[in-house]
Design a protein around this ligand. Structure first.
Ligand SMILES: [Zn+2]
Ligand SMILES: [Zn+2]
Length: 342
């Protein structure tokens, strides 16, 4: 085992992400050292760099989606062995609060997240509590597995648990990007009819390939297109992956009475909610935060059986994190960006 490794670090807010040399992490008794083979790059990583989401004491290794191999285990770890292929749930939770006991670990108030409050996976090695690991079947490549904990599991949690999507529903996905394209698949699997918006032709084509009807977000009102496609009814569920005042306003306007707006993003700090439609149509606005380890177990299984296809956009070596960030910021990639290890 080497003493040092490469890692992508936030050392000051508003700076740039760079690969630097850091010590290989040492283990707590209940932790496992994972050699990372691939990690998913998320737009939240940019919020962490800007300081929009504070990380606590800096420097911090970021990266909250990862896949790799177990290389070492702490003395209290019985289940995992070196060589096991794994991915990891993001939230390290207390296990004894009312939310954890109810299986709603995403609501635990004392959680520390991998790649946020504790060091993450944009590195050669990461220390992860054994309780967070999920086994990877051989058929799932590291790159595909590396985007399951957030880009896929978060969408699964939102649509299945928060939205309770079911057969016969109409679902509108605002923003068919790295998350949205998996939302299309999950809603289709549930038997819903799916509309998906994007300004980019490649993303619309991809959404259609996975069974959505794509709407060009450039062209006029999304509300008009949705009304046309649903015979004036509106949709049962809107998934807002954009999180602006405009997207929330547009999303609410597309709902049928009793419909749900699932809010997953927060580009704007506040949203405006029109009071009378909310009241008259009994609309629901539901925040959706992350996913649980069980959600990750579910999406690993759905990936193994081919019901979900993780959609990878472009890969960059860890050392070229700057180029990967520039590509993410350009918004011209369909599917998720991931960091490869050479
Ligand atoms: Zn993320
Ligand atoms: Zn808890």
């Amino acid at each position: 085992m080497p003493d040092t490794m490469r890692a992508v670090v936030v050392s000051r807010y508003g700076g740039s992400l760079e690969a630097t040399t850091r010590p290989v992490p040492s283990l707590e008794p209940d932790e496992v050292l994972v050699r990372v083979r691939a990690s998913g790059l998320c737009s939240t990583d940019l919020h962490l760099l800007s300081g929009r989401q504070p990380l606590g004491p800096l420097p911090r290794i970021i990266g909250h989606e990862l896949a790799g191999d177990v290389v070492e285990t702490g003395p209290r770890v019985a289940k995992w062995r070196p060589g096991d292929r794994v991915t990891a749930a993001i939230d390290v939770t207390c296990g004894h609060c009312r939310h954890c006991l109810a299986g709603e670990t995403q609501r635990c108030r004392s959680m520390q997240r991998i790649g946020f409050e504790r060091d993450g996976g944009h590195a050669d090695y990461v220390a992860v509590p054994a309780a967070n690991l999920v086994a990877l079947p051989d058929g799932i490549a590291y790159a595909s597995a590396a985007i399951l904990p957030d880009a896929v599991a978060c969408m699964y949690h939102s649509l299945v648990h928060q939205g309770r999507v079911r057969s016969g529903h109409w679902v509108l996905i605002l923003g068919a990007g790295g998350l949205g394209i998996h939302g299309v698949q999950i809603a289709r699997n549930a038997g819903a009819r799916v509309l998906a918006t994007s300004r980019q032709p490649e993303r619309r084509a991809l959404a259609e390939r996975y069974g959505a009807i794509a709407i060009d977000a450039h062209r006029g009102s999304i509300g008009t297109a949705v009304a046309d496609l649903t015979a004036g009814e509106g949709v049962d569920i809107v998934v807002d992956n954009i999180g602006t005042r405009d997207s929330v306003r547009e999303g609410l306007a597309c709902l049928r009475p009793g419909g749900k707006l699932l809010v997953l993003a927060y580009l704007d700090d506040t949203f405006e909610i029109p009071a009378i439609p909310l009241f008259k149509a009994e609309l629901e606005i539901i925040g959706c935060r992350g996913s649980t380890r069980q959600d990750l177990i579910d999406v690993v299984e759905l990936t193994r059986t081919g019901q979900i296809t993780p959609v990878l956009g472009a890969s960059y070596p860890l050392a070229r994190i700057g180029d990967a960030v520039a590509r993410l910021e350009s918004g011209d990639v369909a599917g998720r960006i991931w960091l490869d290890r050479d």
